[in-house]
Design a protein around this ligand. Structure first.
Ligand SMILES: *Cc1c(COP(=O)(O)O)cnc(C)c1O
Length: 430
């Protein structure tokens, strides 16, 4: 059977990653994916941060096998199950309580966009207001509510209907040195600004899809304070930045934030299963039973691997500290690479193990991913013009594989600049 031909013949034109990474994968372990010829690809994409703990981690796999091997409940709508209770208790004991956070947990449906959708609905219900404030370059998902707070015009156009009841404000750093939050608060204080009284603000602490735009800690704290002063709900979309990606379980805990609603998904199951949570401050848990329903809310096998993930990686702060150290290592290596190749005109940025380089030449990042794929490294771009190279290795990747990926990136950068005719003075090595 020609697998790729079959996919090309039968799957919708909407398929996307398969076009940039044209090989057929079959197995995976740790930081590697293997194609049907058994060739190993080093994974610096990790399913957009779904595979933070690596592929097919043996202890998580065992938790899954134990669960399904003894005919435990797979699907029970949201009827009570032992696994549901055990996950909720572990999430409270291991994640929320030690961080001084108090949230009710909603299972909104299995994907990130479900968590965003329910967060927006609940904020509107809780405040009796309509409008949501979102930011330039934001990405929150593909269903209509999530799209309405997403910046990318190509994605928005896919809606086919007007995307209403939102305001877009400039993200931190969007207009050079302009203080975008003073602007926001001036609008809120002015009865003639046209912005009215929004129900909520939704923000990513790092705009991952939008180009790895990192919001400053002070900016985020001020944003939360503005929301509090104006009685606006503060929603953090931690779907890609959460689950340890920035070196903390929640990307906002480093800054002591306490959002009213948090959306979590992507790596939550630890094993690549769809699983999402909407975390709600108790006073805003105003849902009536079944008001936001769905067939797949809290898929029990995913809760089994999620609970084991919390126990394995988050019972103490060792893993988080390791991620931060690896993040610094990657950042230093990228800076050294850019010093060796000044003609690349790259600007590094990121937090933890979400590191990236934006290139002045808008074609360079895309070309690097193509050259990297030829060298069996999976890496993606971000940003409206795919101008940013985004490194998302599994957080469990060891230093040897991090360095291997980094040197493939450098080789790919050189090859890409060669092909695009980007020349200039190259600094001497060391
Ligand atoms: C991936 C992502 C979403 C959407 O999640 P899906 O599971 O694709 O629906 C929302 N917000 C952020 C920040 C994301 O990275």
């Amino acid at each position: 059977m020609n697998y790729m031909a079959t996919i090309e013949q039968h799957e919708s034109e909407v398929r996307s990653y398969v076009r940039g990474f044209p090989t057929v994968f079959d197995t995976a372990r740790g930081s590697y994916m293997y194609n049907t010829d058994g060739e190993a690809y080093l994974d610096f994409f990790a399913g957009a941060s779904v595979m933070n703990y690596g592929h097919n981690n043996s202890e998580l796999k065992q938790a899954l096998l134990d669960y399904i091997g003894s005919d435990r409940i797979t699907h029970s709508m949201d009827m009570a199950s032992v696994m549901r209770a055990e996950f909720l208790q572990a999430f409270r004991d291991i994640i929320l309580a030690p961080r001084g956070l108090d949230y009710r947990v909603q299972f909104p449906g299995p994907t990130g966009t479900n968590a965003v959708e329910s967060a927006l609905k609940l904020a509107r219900k809780a405040t009796g207001r309509t409008d949501i404030v979102a930011f330039t370059n934001a990405f929150h998902g593909m269903t209509l509510g999530a799209l309405s707070v997403t910046g990318n015009q190509f994605k928005r156009d896919g809606a086919g209907v007007p995307l209403n009841d939102t305001h877009t404000l400039p993200f931190d750093g969007y207009i050079g040195g302009v203080d975008t939050l003073s602007y926001f608060e001036t609008l809120l204080n002015d009865g003639a600004s046209g912005i009215g009284h929004p129900a909520a603000v939704i923000v990513e602490t790092i705009q991952a899809e939008g180009g790895v735009n990192v919001a400053g800690g002070e900016w985020l704290k001020r944003l939360q304070a503005i929301c509090q002063r104006h009685d606006i709900l503060f929603i953090v979309d931690d779907i890609q930045t959460g689950n340890g990606r920035t070196g903390y379980f929640f990307s906002f805990e480093e800054f002591g934030l306490n959002p009213d609603i948090v959306a979590v998904s992507k790596s939550l199951s630890g094993y690549g299963f769809p699983l999402a949570l909407t975390l709600i401050k108790p006073e805003y848990d105003l849902w009536t039973p079944g008001e936001h329903n769905g067939t797949f809310r809290g898929f029990n096998p995913a809760l089994a691997t999620a609970k084991r993930t919390l126990e394995l990686f988050w019972s103490d702060d060792r893993f988080a500290r390791e991620v931060r150290a690896k993040g610094e290592h990657v950042r230093e290596a990228l800076e050294a690479m850019l010093t060796r190749h000044p003609q690349a005109r790259g600007c590094p940025r990121g937090r933890g193990l979400m590191q990236a380089v934006e290139f002045a030449n808008r074609d360079l990042a895309d070309k690097i991913t193509e050259k990297a794929f030829q060298r069996q490294l999976i890496i993606e771009t971000a940003g409206a013009d795919d101008e940013t190279l985004k490194l998302l290795p599994p957080l469990t990747t060891d230093y040897a594989d991090l360095d291997k990926g980094l040197s493939i990136i450098e080789e790919s950068l050189v090859a890409a600049m060669d092909e695009l005719g980007i020349r200039g003075p190259s600094a001497a090595v060391n």
